[in-house]
Design a protein around this ligand. Structure first.
Ligand code: PRX
Length: 656
């Protein structure tokens, strides 16, 4: 990290004045309030940010730790909080979403519109027999319909599980099966970068793979009108099922602990885990972080560029901004279509004031701008911006500086928000009107979050020394369990090493010796972060060895990449002699396509290296540290004397 005392960017007056959390004393006051009365602090916020049908009387229940419960006897409805509440407050005609399609068509959707559409779909789902507690899988493009699908599930108390539209049929099948979904909401096709890509066809394939007998219906949003197969009796058009439904629907009032959604994410084993979130605690954190981290005011135009298939799109598109009655931009397409100026043009066109994106996008747009003056941000009027955000992976100081200078005009604070699918919302982040910034640091915990850096025994390490990132106390929006696998939840997040006391994030961190600012040093498990997407190395290895005709053995590691943060590097032993030249290239392509089919295009290895063998110790353990050096192209300095067959290091030197 750069020296925190010399590289500080103080919160500018233009943002600090009038901010919800204005100045460090205001931040410190909130931290002190939470320290003095932890439950009381969250209870106060829960009363302020959430409208309860029945008020809760108990804040935190730790009796079944680590299965914590928050506000359990309170009842609420999340969709009511996001929509009806705004309409009742006189915001019915306020634009909730400015939607821009891939090909640049813009439509505006008010809170009243969204409420009516949500109610119609909620009624339609009920008419298909979907009830409280049922799971519904959403495999949708970025669209109003996608967001309305999530809201409609919330309205009837069905637990949604959104699957990113880039996942393959196999991955989709695994998620549908694990969740035991009764219904799938999808679209005929999605349109991205000028291309139509299948969705419904992938759902058909997923359901044909077997194991999804729980699914009774597939509801299809007609996005492109492309050709699709139709299964009479199972498939229904969204427009048909909603057309005649009334535009009001009584919300299902649920306990604060009722599962709002499952979201599958990668862990250390081959099988993705269904992270289960609550209703009350989750909504509270979505709302309070949207308000304080982004300083979202009623006249702001907020734009989070994430997809609803990831947690960022849940908390900072589908729930947080709506819970506050904000106005946001939702974008169907990709940052490089029709050219790499698309984001900047959209900020200009919609007068976006708060912009939240991922370092990968920034890095690729820097490259594009450097190569082509026409898409340089200076060609656009970005003066509407007042706050910038970053999420998903560490932002390197060079990208931070460029973002600050070229997008933020040197005047917009950048909130580098650290969090995870499991945390539900920001846990370590600057507050833009308060926290002085240091490029590359996510700075300080959100008020009320007890983040710390400890050693293997759970003891605090001194500032300036690296260690393991933990959160010492439960917080309202934390993961409740792994769906169907409570033991895995305990093992993954509350392991015995820490006596089951602390939440283990899975990341390493270091605190600045002088300021205590946190810098995340990367995952400490077998999880990679490729373009801000979480991928398990074991998941990719399993996919490779599933190609039983070709692959005998595979090991996957990450290596640093200038654009994507990390890149996937696979070491493969084939069931035939080690290929070279054109044959190796052809097999590498076949394996990439295979992984794309097994998991999805985001999991395709960038490098594939073939060996007669993998480097193993004499006791048969794959030497992963050594593979990481090879993947980086570093000279191998490790002791290779324990290596069974040192000659294979030469073979692995060539990447295809
Ligand atoms: O390694 C951390 C990294 O992304 C992981 C969480 O990934 P996921 O659950 O997919 O959620 C991404 C969106 C919240 C973390 O364990 N990560 C996320 N944000 C940051 C980060 N690493 C460094 N700095 C961040 N701001």
């Amino acid at each position: 990290m750069s020296d925190a005392t010399t590289a500080l960017y103080p919160a500018p007056d233009s943002v600090s004045k009038g901010a919800f959390v204005s100045g460090m004393p205001a931040y410190e006051k909130l931290v002190a309030e939470a320290e003095a009365d932890y439950a009381g602090y969250w209870a106060r916020l829960a009363r302020e940010f959430v409208e309860w049908k029945t008020p809760f009387t108990k804040t935190l229940d730790e009796s079944q730790a680590p299965f914590f419960k928050w506000f359990e006897d309170g009842t609420l409805n999340v969709s009511h909080n996001c929509l009806d509440r705004q309409v009742a407050a006189g915001l019915g005609d306020k634009v909730a979403i400015i939607f821009e399609t891939d090909d640049g068509k813009v439509s505006r959707h008010t809170y009243s519109d969204l409420l009516a559409r949500t109610a119609k779909l909620a009624n339609a789902l009920r008419a298909q027999g979907v009830k409280k507690g049922d799971r519904v899988v959403i495999y949708m493009p970025m669209s109003i319909e996608g967001i309305v699908s999530m809201q409609a599930c919330a309205r009837i108390g069905a637990t949604h599980s959104v699957v990113f539209g880039g996942f393959s049929a196999q991955s989709l099948r695994d998620r549908i099966q694990d969740a035991g979904a009764v219904l799938v909401l999808t679209a005929d096709e999605q349109q991205r970068g000028g291309k139509q890509l299948p969705l419904k066809a992938i759902v058909d394939e997923a359901l044909s793979l077997g194991g999804c007998e729980s699914v009774k219906n597939v509801i299809v949003y007609k996005r492109t009108g492309g050709n699709i197969a139709w299964h009479e009796g199972r498939d229904l058009w969204l427009h048909d099922v909603t057309e005649k439904q009334p535009d009001t629907a009584e919300p299902e009032w649920v306990s604060a602990e009722h599962p709002l959604f499952l979201l599958y994410t990668s862990g250390s084993t081959g099988k993705p885990k269904g992270v289960q979130h609550s209703s009350g605690g989750y909504l509270l954190h979505a709302a309070v972080t949207t308000k304080w981290t982004f300083d979202l005011h009623p006249d702001d135009i907020f734009w989070c560029t994430a997809d609803i298939g990831w947690v960022t799109g849940h908390t900072y598109i589908a729930y947080g901004p709506l819970a506050l009655g904000g106005t946001q931009v939702v974008f169907e397409g990709i940052p490089t279509f029709p050219d790499a100026g698309r984001f900047w043009k959209m900020i200009q066109d919609h007068k976006v004031s708060i912009f939240y994106t991922a370092p990968t996008a920034i890095r690729s747009l820097i490259k594009a701008a450097e190569g082509n003056e026409a898409v340089h941000p200076k060609r656009y009027d970005l003066t509407s911006l007042r706050i910038l955000g970053s999420v998903g992976e560490p932002i390197n100081p060079a990208a931070w500086e460029w973002y600050h200078q070229h997008i933020g005009g040197g005047r917009c604070p950048i909130v580098d928000t650290f969090w995870q699918t499991e945390t539900g919302g920001h846990v370590i982040t600057p507050l833009p009107g308060a926290t002085p910034l240091v490029p590359g640091s996510c700075t300080l915990p959100f008020p009320g979050i007890q983040a710390a850096v400890v050693d293997e025994t759970g003891k605090d390490v001194p500032w300036g020394q690296g260690g393991i990132l933990v959160i010492k106390k439960p917080w309202p929006s934390m993961i409740r369990t792994i769906y169907g696998d409570p033991e895995r939840f305990k093992k993954s997040y509350y392991p015995e090493d820490f006596k089951g006391k602390y939440y283990l994030a899975g990341d390493g961190a270091i605190r600045d010796a002088k300021t205590g600012y946190f810098t995340i040093t990367g995952r400490i498990d077998d999880v990679l972060n490729v373009s801000g997407h979480r991928m398990g190395t074991m998941e990719i290895e399993s996919a490779l060895v599933a190609h039983t005709d070709l692959v005998a053995e595979a090991a996957v590691v990450g290596r640093p990449d200038d654009t994507t943060g990390e890149a996937i590097c696979a070491f493969v032993v084939l069931k035939r002699p080690r290929p070279t030249g054109d044959e190796a290239k052809a097999i590498a392509k076949e394996l990439r396509d295979w992984v794309g089919k097994e998991i999805g295009p985001i999991a395709k290895p960038k490098d594939i290296r073939f060996g007669d063998n993998l480097p193993k110790t004499r006791s048969g353990k794959i030497m992963r540290r050594l593979l990481r050096s090879v993947a980086k192209g570093e000279a191998v300095t490790q002791d290779t004397s324990t290596l069974e067959n040192p000659a294979i290091l030469d073979q692995l030197g060539q990447a295809y």
